[in-house]
Design a protein around this ligand. Structure first.
Ligand code: PLP
Length: 350
């Protein structure tokens, strides 16, 4: 398979002249800075935020590179993974012309981003056990197909997809294969970043929103070839990651042990939830999960969802989603939260 990034890009992006910020033009740290129309007196807050942050987050990327075993130049940081998803559409998909392939049931933002960018979506459903139908995916590909989005572990089903199926797509599809690993930390398989050296058409997404507990900071990662990361950097808004976020994540990376212990707690709590759900006869199915949530089939899910809300327990109603009929998606909570959920569910279903 030959892969030519430039021929995949929208033509005007190949020739785009990116914005150069003050911090691009002068990268030194010392001096009298009168170049960015900042407030010289500091900030109205106790902590100073008056200076623009590093537009390329160099220090943070050095640290992330070390823990993810990639080069800093292979990392893009976005305002959540959602920003990376949107930028991919803007870079590669000509509105009203190109299409992408989605594998439902899956994360909803791929389709929303496609709609915002006026890009057609071809849907190839997963199997009933939420695996890829590679034959149908290859049938759906045409010369306007730019991206295939694979989510593993998948949201909302929670399972990981077969590695060999994703490798098959990477080998034979000459567009981009995005592997969204938002839930990778709850799963024992290695990341697809291991395959970056073999596949120039691979982009792997991860996020600090889940295992790291930093959802409110909005920071997501994309890993790909240097060439592809350069494109995302050229089209992103200049200062897309705030200074506060960069500093906070820099400090957080030194606490990796704490992350490991939180992951272990979440896995233990997932087992706790599963064990107690199994005790409820009316629960029809608990889908095996490698993520921090469980997809659970119950009778009359819409009604159960409303009754849980009456008990102030809020889960995600996936009952209308293809292949998830009568399913609720339950994020793993603390022991007290999980107990409260089980107690309420028992009272509703028994
Ligand atoms: C599969 C998947 N990808 C990406 C995201 C969004 O991540 P972020 O918070 O980094 O935008 C989510 C959030 O739920 C998700 O489920």
């Amino acid at each position: 398979m030959s892969f030519d990034l430039n021929s995949l890009l929208r033509p005007h992006i190949v020739n785009l002249q990116p914005y150069t910020s003050a911090r691009d033009e002068y990268t030194g740290k010392e001096g009298v800075f009168l170049d960015a129309n900042e407030n010289p007196y500091g900030s109205i807050t106790d902590q100073d935020f008056n200076r623009y942050p590093d537009p390329y987050q160099s220090e943070l990327k050095e640290k992330i590179a070390a823990i993810k075993d990639v080069k800093p130049s292979q990392i893009f940081l976005g305002n959540g993974s959602d920003e990376a998803i949107d930028l991919l559409f803007r870079a590669f998909c000509n509105p009203g012309v190109d299409n992408v392939i989605l594998l439902p049931p899956t994360y909803g933002m791929y389709e929303v981003s496609a709609s915002i960018n006026d890009v057609a979506v071809k849907k190839v459903p997963l199997t009933t056990d939420f695996q890829l139908q590679t034959d149908l995916i290859f049938e759906a590909i045409n010369d306007k197909t730019k991206i295939i989005f694979v989510c593993s572990p998948n949201n909302p089903s929670g399972n990981k997809v077969k590695r060999s199926d994703v490798l098959l797509l990477l080998k034979h599809f000459k567009g981009l294969v995005v592997v969204d690993e938002a839930y990778i930390d709850f799963n024992d398989e290695p990341s697809f970043t291991n395959h970056l050296k073999d596949f120039p058409n691979l982009l792997v997404m991860q996020t600090f929103s889940k295992a790291w507990g930093l959802a409110s900071l909005r920071i997501g990662m994309a890993f790909a070839s240097e060439q592809l990361i350069k494109i995302l950097n050229r089209i992103k808004p200049p200062y897309n990651i705030s200074g506060l976020t960069q500093d906070t994540v820099l400090a957080a990376i030194d606490k990796q042990e704490k992350v490991e212990s939180m992951i272990q707690k979440i896995l233990d709590e997932r087992d706790f939830l599963e064990k107690h759900l199994l005790e409820i006869d009316a629960v029809q199915k608990i889908h095996p999960s490698q993520a921090n949530f469980l997809l659970v089939k119950v009778p009359a899910a819409n009604q159960v969802y409303e009754q849980l809300i009456e008990n102030k327990i809020i889960v995600r109603n996936r009952a209308k989603v293809q292949l998830c009929e009568n399913c609720l998606r339950i994020s793993v909570g603390t022991r007290d939260e999980n107990k409260a959920f089980i107690k309420a569910l028992k009272a509703i279903l028994d």
